[in-house]
Structure formats: structure tokens, C-alpha cells
Write a protein that binds this ligand. Structure first.
Ligand SMILES: *Cc1c(COP(=O)(O)O)cnc(C)c1O
Length: 398
């Protein structure tokens, strides 16, 4: 998964271009920047790499999601359906918009269960937000159909699935909007950064303004710009964009390497009786940044995870007990704990939710281990790790 494993000359050259001109900001200072517009260039690279009309870079994946909420018109009183297994940023963006996150079960795809989505729709539902977790995709055909049938917006949180596809379409470009994160641990990284992608021109123009305090970006004099609406500073810096420009050129190699290393681990674990694998709706489209697998029971899974770590096999994650990724430990959400008063409608909606009734998600996540696939392994190291993992799990299941 992490692009940071492969920093090299490419990233250094792009960053040096920026440092030499000294213009670290993406807008203005036209005559001082030696023609360097790294953020603009990275947006164009995102557009051509992923086949999308418009890309708006942001300071993070979280602010890309917030930008999506704003330009897609999601706010107070609206409900957004999202999965129980994701990263906390997914509900942070919904709550920051003043909208209500409605959490629903995942299935063995580790992504939204379409049946659970349909069951959660109310008159207040405005958007469905599938999250393509750990490099692989939600059942986008079914989710798309549900959104069409009920006239709902579809926003893909593809922050963890850069380069993945579903039936030939790039993840993040299938819905009305999509986001990537370029934070430090993602498939390609800017250090910090993100992008909102859409084919909708109005969304894009508004995203361009919204992420820069609502400035209208008309004309070349920033001081003369007006504010058609409220916005924030969600800008990416030229330095961060420069790192991303170096990285995005390596995406094909990253995906190829991940897929190769992933297959080595999978082949070894396939030999262990009792190990089964995450259901991937389109196996060819897996970005392969993780290999996620199931063991027969929660007890055995917890035990196997412990043994893997004890045997020096880091990079194996048991999300079920993890503070960041699974609903079980999101007490701050469940209690609506906030530093400042939240809107009363949102608080009562959260209080009315039954957070303990996700048995299907618990049943899946309790038995899931996700194994991070590194780019820096030699072939020998990948095979060695695969054998060691298989032997460890075999001994626990014996
Ligand atoms: C990383 C991540 C985000 C947020 O990205 P940041 O750039 O860290 O703000 C959002 N959603 C998911 C699923 C993520 O993994």
C-alpha cells in the first residue's frame, strides 16, 4: 500500500523545482514561479490517469470528503448512508457538514451490503457513501442501481483503493463524485493531500472555489476576487503536490508489484485448511494493497493475529479491535462527544441509533485479518513471509 516505500529521484526533482522558485502556494505569484504549477499539473495527471473530467486537489482525503458534501449539497437534516467498517474520516466529513451519518452493515466484501443500504433509506436520505476498503471494491452495480431507483447521490470514498477498478471502471470515478487520500500511508502519497473527482462541471467549479475560502478565481488578481459563497482553506501546497507528481508516475509499477506480492501470500494461505478469503466483486480490479482473509471463529482469529505479531509478522491487522476503523470502538461518535455544541437534530438522530445491532458486521469483522502488502519485498522475502504466515496460522488452527 504505501507509496512512501519508493521515494526517489522523481519526487526529489519535483520538490526541488518548487523550492528553487520558492513559491509554495498553488495560486498567484505568476511571475515568480518559473512556470511551475505542481498542483495544477497533478490535477491534470489525476484526470488523465483515472479518466475523469475534473479533479480538485485538497489538503487531505478528509477535506476532499468535506468538499464533496458541500458541492453535492449535503447538509443539515440530510442522512448519508455509510458502512460500519471504514476510517473515522468518513463520518467526520458527514458530521462536519451538519448531516447525519447512518451506519449500515458490511458483508463478506468488507464493504457496504446493498441489502442493508436499501433497508436504511428514509425520506431524509440524500447520499450513499460506499467505502472501498483495503484496496478492493463495494458491489458498485447494485449500489448504483439503488441510488438510481431512489434518486440518491453516490459518493465513493476510494481513499484506500487508488488504482482499483470495477468492471473496467476506475474506483472513485463511478459515482457522482469520488475521493482519494494521498496521506502518508496511502497507495500514492503527497505526505498529506487528497482529491475530489467528478464529471459534473458545476460540482467541480464549486469545489475549486470552496476549497479556497469561496474565492471565485475569476481573472488574475486574487485581491479582486469575490466570494459567491462561504468556503474554507482546504488547499494543498505546491510542495505536497510535487511529491504526488513524482508518485503518480509510478502507479502502474506500484499496482503490478502489489498484485505480484499479494498473489504470493495468497497462494501460501490457500494451502491452509480453514482459511477463506474476502469476497471481491471484481477480482481483476483489486488494487491488492492488502490481502484480507477469514478464519473460522473470532477466538481463533484473535489468537492467530497475536501469534503472527509474536512471530515478527507485523503488518497484519485485526480491525475488529482497532480504534480507527470499526464501529465497535467509535465511542466519540456513539456519544456525539464534541468540543462544541452540535446541531440538536444531529444529536438526537445519533442518540436514536442502535449502535449495538450490527451482528452481520461483527460476524465478518471478528474473523477478518488484513495483511499489508509491501512494495519493497524481494521475491525471496515475499515467499519467506508467505511460508511463515501460513505455518503460524496452521499451528493455531491445528
Ligand atoms: C485515509 C482515509 C481517509 C482520509 O484521508 P486523510 O487524507 O488521512 O484525511 C478517508 N477515508 C478512508 C477510507 C481512508 O482510509
Amino acid at each position: 500500500m504505501p507509496g512512501f516505500e519508493i521515494f526517489g529521484e522523481e519526487e526529489r526533482k519535483e520538490v526541488n523545482d518548487v523550492l528553487e522558485s520558492g513559491i509554495l502556494m498553488r495560486y498567484g505569484f505568476d511571475h515568480m514561479r518559473n512556470g511551475h504549477w505542481k498542483a495544477k499539473e497533478l490535477e491534470e495527471a489525476v484526470q488523465s490517469t483515472f479518466g475523469i473530467q475534473h479533479a480538485q486537489l485538497t489538503s487531505s482525503g478528509t477535506t476532499a470528503l468535506s468538499t464533496a458534501m458541500a458541492v453535492m449539497g449535503v447538509g443539515a437534516g440530510d442522512e448519508v448512508i455509510m458502512p460500519t467498517f471504514t476510517f473515522v474520516a468518513s463520518f467526520e466529513a458527514i458530521i462536519a457538514a451538519g448531516a447525519t451519518p447512518v451506519l449500515v452493515d458490511i458483508d463478506e466484501t468488507l464493504c457496504l451490503d446493498p441489502k442493508a443500504v436499501e433497508a436504511a433509506i428514509t425520506s431524509k436520505t440524500k447520499m450513499v457513501m460506499p467505502v472501498h476498503m483495503c484496496g478492493s471494491m463495494a458491489q458498485m452495480d447494485q449500489i448504483q442501481n439503488i441510488c438510481k431507483k431512489h434518486d440518491l447521490l453516490l459518493l465513493e470514498d476510494a481513499c484506500q483503493a487508488i488504482g482499483g477498478t470495477f468492471k473496467g471502471q476506475k474506483l472513485g470515478t463511478i459515482g457522482d463524485g469520488g475521493t482519494f487520500s494521498f496521506d502518508f500511508v496511502k497507495t500514492i502519497t503527497c505526505g498529506e493531500g487528497g482529491v475530489f473527482m467528478t464529471d459534473n462541471e458545476e460540482y467541480y467549479i464549486n469545489a475549486d472555489h470552496y476549497t479556497d475560502h469561496g474565492h471565485d478565481h475569476i481573472g488574475s488578481d486574487r485581491g479582486a476576487e469575490t466570494h459567491p459563497f462561504l468556503g474554507y482553506n482546504f488547499r494543498i501546497s505546491e510542495l505536497h503536490a510535487a511529491v504526488g507528481l513524482g508518485q503518480i508516475k509510478k502507479l502502474d509499477w506500484i499496482l503490478e508489484t502489489q498484485r505480484k506480492n499479494n498473489a504470493v501470500i495468497k497462494a501460501a494461505l490457500s494451502q491452509v485448511e480453514g482459511v477463506t478469503f474476502r469476497r471481491i466483486p471484481d477480482p481483476e480490479g483489486d488494487n491488492a494493497s492488502f490481502l484480507s482473509f477469514f478464519l473460522p471463529t473470532e477466538d481463533l482469529t484473535r489468537k492467530a493475529h497475536k501469534e503472527l505479531l509474536a512471530n515478527g509478522l507485523g503488518g497484519n491487522f485485526y480491525w475488529y479491535d482497532n480504534n480507527w476503523h470499526y464501529i465497535k470502538k467509535w465511542d466519540h461518535l456513539k456519544n456525539a462527544t464534541s468540543l462544541f455544541p452540535l446541531n440538536p437534530g444531529l444529536v438526537s438522530a445519533i442518540e436514536a441509533m442502535d449502535f449495538n445491532n450490527f451482528k452481520q458486521s461483527d460476524e465478518v469483522m471478528g474473523r477478518t485479518i488484513s495483511s499489508l502488502i509491501n512494495l519493497s519485498w524481494t521475491e525471496e522475502q515475499a515467499h519467506e513471509r508467505a511460508e511463515k504466515m501460513a505455518a503460524t496460522i496452521k499451528s493455531v488452527l491445528a
